[in-house]
Design a protein around this ligand. Sequence first.
Ligand code: HEC
Length: 300
Amino acid sequence: MKSVLTGTDMKRLLPITMVVMAGLLPISSVHAAGDADVPSITARVLALFEAKCASCHGPDVQRPKGKFDYVTDLERLATTLDMIEPGRPDTSYLYELIADGEMPPDDSDVPPLTDEEKALVRDWIAGLGASAEATVPSGEPPSPSMEKPAEAAPTKIVPWTVRLGRLHPASVHLPIGLIFGAALAEILMMVSRADLRAASRFCLMVAAVTIVVSVVLGWWNAEGPTYASRSSWELFWHRWVGVAASTTTVAAAAVDIWSRLRSDEPRDRPRRILVLLSAVLVGVAGALGGINVYGLDHYS
Ligand code: HEC
């Protein structure tokens, strides 16, 4: 019996799948916009320094560069005249260094500050002299909101890729289900006479597209503030097993299309082996992803 899905069908299927995936995006951007509500300027500066300076000047750095280790202590910064002159960005040493592009240093793996980020620091310093509300006035005790700006502002300066990347957990389940579906069809074909070729191939083709989308989103997600500072084994393996799973899935689809183009009696075996391998890898990647989020003791 000839398969229902021809090569041309497959070509049509891919754009449709992309459209379906794209349709999911607005759902999450509504959500993203919702929690992006105006963090205070202090919180944004803190987030910026955490992201781009703290790896060399943070309190936890073993040997802080330039013996400067309190870049995340905005209160102390704002009251250290050698660093910052409240209200006067242009004569503030710290601002000079970032305005000239000297910090972060060129040879570091931290990306240079964008113009907006420089302007943000500038505005922050400019505001320091002016109103009590935006500032840390020298003599007075800090207001409660100043003590822990990080908690006051869950939203940091997050690139759009990272925002989109938050869709990763929502989007992975589609390819996972499809790959397991394809694997199940292959297994049933091995143990019975059922002809589930078309079903398996359908699942496989959609999975091949969606898993790549999902891996890209996952990659971006891991760049975000939640994971970037983590260097856990589970994140590392989750990433790479996920990449391996997407590679074998795409390979399975490619092998299948290729063999169909080449002969009228296409072989099932190469696709079958790759599909089963993909299912195992997807299972492992999924488990690692779960551990990554919920911890190893989730089931205990
Ligand atoms: C990759 C590491 C690295 C990063 C990231 C980095 N710096 Fe530096 N920073 C250095 C080094 C190295 C020095 C010492 C330079 C020297 O001795 O001439 C320094 C010195 C400084 C100093 C002078 C300290 C002093 O007491 O003289 C300031 C201020 C500073 N950095 C601010 C920043 C800010 C703000 C950022 C983030 C926008 C940043 N740095 C990011 C490596 C880094």
